[in-house]
Design a protein around this ligand. Structure first.
Ligand code: UDP
Length: 193
């Protein structure tokens, strides 16, 4: 999609981010979604690796109100797209699709599991294939990588905080090349209550 730079990283300009992503989900077009706020854009200014990862992402959405304000001041009309709402829309869509396993990764032990229970209650059709907390030893991480390879989730939420989640996705997205990977920050904590 068309984009406009904010502190050196692109923000994609779309009227409807969810439809664009749902279409990618349905067509199994692997994607990394970055939910950009001002704090992350500022981090990227001083972190070339993070900056490069954001520039390579298939979709960068204007998550923060500062980003939206900046773009409006530059004459770009667009609405804020909160990452947590986009994630919920994708989950509901996954619940409508045949064989669309979802994975929740991140947060303290128990958080992703509780969030999964909450969503299973709200969306009966959703297949949350697995959960994993975000404090893995190197050995446990290797096992987890194998789990992801075997499960091939089509939608993967990674809540490790910025920039850890973006780096993790960039390094591991090849394990599930057809998946939509989205860094969700503290959304798993919010869902778990
Ligand atoms: N987290 C994690 N592993 C880590 C560090 C952090 O799973 O090694 C989780 C933490 O438990 C929390 C999330 O990452 O659920 C960070 O959320 P925060 O709101 O700080 O993220 P932000 O969106 O502000 O970066």
């Amino acid at each position: 999609p068309e984009h406009f730079p904010v502190l050196g990283v692109p923000v994609h300009l779309l009227d409807d981010y969810s439809s664009w992503l749902i279409s990618r989900l349905e067509r199994r077009m692997g994607s990394h979604v970055v939910t950009l706020n001002a704090e992350m854009a500022m981090q990227a200014e001083g972190n070339p690796t993070l900056s490069e990862i954001i520039r390579s992402a298939e979709l960068v959405i204007p998550d923060g109100s500062g980003v939206v304000l900046y773009l409006r001041l530059k004459g770009r009309r667009l609405s804020r797209c909160p990452g947590i709402e986009l994630a919920e829309t994708l989950l509901r869509q996954a619940g409508q699709l045949e064989q669309c396993p979802v994975f929740f990764f991140g947060g303290a032990p128990g958080v992703a599991q509780t969030a999964a229970e909450v969503w299973r209650g709200k969306i009966p059709g959703v297949a949350i294939a697995g959960t994993q907390h975000g404090y893995l030893s190197p050995e446990a991480e290797l096992e987890f990588i194998q789990t992801l390879k075997d499960l091939q989730p089509r939608l993967i939420f990674v809540g490790l905080g910025v920039p850890r989640q973006e780096l993790w996705i960039a390094q591991h997205r090849h394990l599930c090349p057809q998946a939509i990977w989205i860094g969700v920050g503290g959304s798993l904590d919010i869902w778990a209550g």
